[in-house]
Write a protein that binds this ligand. Structure first.
Ligand code: MN3
Length: 205
């Protein structure tokens, strides 16, 4: 065993029920306690195997472990970030950005509403499972919307993540069935724009 597990399931800043009616308690509980916790467990197991293979000098095993590390580690990081992007409706969820992020969204997308429209269209266009992101590009100094497949991360693409939405069926199927677009539209009502704006300010500094 490794001395200490590297990935740890983070505390949520809200209760399982607090995102209702947008996300049911059942969805949040399963998503957090089964799916996210599962990625944490499998990532930590892969790290232990990595250390064993390293000790043995087993190159083939090290190479084979790459995809488990990326998939489960990306799953853990992306879910941790997703939870941070959410806040209950009665605590400011969905209230759009007010300061410099509002101006930047207007500059890069025309308006906050047009940004949401574009974000929703890309989220709805993902084939299979993935994530839809609002990112900041430090080279161009512009905001962008991008998607990753499975548990791909945007840091791997050199982008700074500002906000993400989970577009795996497990994120919505129990409540929204096959109508992903309803889930994506409803989720806008619990996005934590205060936090997203703070992240943008930090990315600029
Ligand atoms: Mn998920």
């Amino acid at each position: 065993m490794a001395e200490k597990e590297i990935a740890v399931l983070p505390q949520l800043s809200f209760g399982y029920k607090d995102l209702e009616p947008i996300l049911s308690q059942e969805i949040v509980e399963l998503h957090y306690l089964k799916h996210h916790a599962g990625y944490v467990k499998k990532f930590n197991e892969a790290v232990v195997q990595w250390h064993e293979a390293e000790k043995k000098g087993d190159t083939a095993k090290l190479v084979d472990l790459q995809s488990a590390l990326q998939f489960n580690g990306g799953g853990h990081l992306n879910h941790s970030f997703f939870w941070e992007c959410l806040v209950p409706k009665n605590k400011g969820g969905g209230e759009g950005p007010k300061g410099i992020l509002k101006k930047a969204l207007e500059r890069d997308f025309g308006s906050f509403e047009k940004f949401l429209e574009y974000f929703h269209s890309l989220a709805n266009s993902i084939q299979g499972s993935g994530w839809c992101w609002l990112v900041f590009n430090k080279n161009s100094h512009h905001l962008g919307v991008t998607t990753t497949q499975n548990h791909g991360t945007v840091t791997a693409l050199g982008l700074t993540p500002l906000m993400v939405v989970d577009i795996w069926e497990h994120a919505y199927y129990l409540q929204y069935r096959n109508v992903r677009s309803d889930y994506v539209a409803a989720l806008s009502q619990i996005l934590n724009w205060d936090g997203i704006e703070k992240r943008y300010e930090k990315a600029l500094s």
